[in-house]
Ligand binder design. Sequence first.
Ligand code: ZN
Ligand code: ZN
Length: 365
Amino acid sequence: MSPSVDIPSVQRAALVSELGGPVKVVSDYPVPSPGENEVLAQVLYTGVCQSDLHTAAGTAPGADGKNITAIKLPHVGGHEGVGRIVSFGPTTSSLPHSDLKIGDLVGIRFLARVCHECEFCTSDREQHCAKATNHLHHEDGSFQEYCVLDRNYLTVLPQDVDAKAAGPALCAGVTAYKAVKNANLSNGKWLVVVGAGGGLGHFAIQYGKVAGANVIGIDTGKVKEDFVTSLGAKFVDFAKSSNLTEEIKTITAGGAHAAIVTSGSPRAFSGAVDMLRIGGTLCCIGIPPGDVHLTTPIATIIIKGLKVVGNLVGSMDETLEAVELVRNGSVKPHIEVRDFEELPKVYEMLEKGDILGRIVLQVAK
Ligand SMILES: [Zn+2]
Ligand SMILES: [Zn+2]
């Protein structure tokens, strides 16, 4: 790509004017200009995440379980984006990635900016930075053709990664990767993935297998069965099983060492606890919409010596680790590429839960 990229003044963007309202693709949204220590990226592809849907609907809960309402409007979602740098804003300090150039591949992730100084930023947990901004609530994300990014917290991707496949690794992928890390798996340990055929689930199976685990995927229907088994996991259909807990206990000779739950159903979480072995770990990812509680008896957690772990995406380092496993072919995101303007339809499909893996939108024409 030449340094003289023709940058238009307006662009296509998917706007939500009020939470709970429709998402509309317009063609006259202003192209932002990169400010001090920022870059402008042309968005090539973007994944569509469940939390985009919940945020647009106004049903995405915060840490207190209440719906997040402080969301920039119009809302422009998208946080599994892959783009190319098309221009640089003025620089005022020495910046990381001094060899960056026009055309370099960068990611548009959930996290947009962090403070770099707090206890979380300095311990590889910067996604919990209180001063952070993100591409869901505060800043326009990858559901637009051009996106401004902070050069001080830039996701510089390996330049030879497949731009279509890398996007979903930036949210679903790293979230599943971090959950597998939290599950502390090693060779031959049993991992159960609940909601195995979806975006998060299909990554959790693959990262689990990279960790050496035996993986059981729980979902329903023949299509999901074929998909899950093609990823190398054993499949259990929750709708067909007469006693899911017992079935898992039999397969694993006593219970799984860890369960990763991607489902939005509260019953799926407490059901997963029942499938765990003594000392097992429940990994909660994929925030269900609304005020959903884990209903497991405290006595169960104590007597079985269980661990309950949540993770909000992962750090920059963990993101790049998750991406590297995609780049080197160890993990293969299952993607279906559609046109950007199909986003409203993709939201409908996500709502029904009938997407295998991830749908990726082609944003740049
Ligand atoms: Zn996401
Ligand atoms: Zn911080």
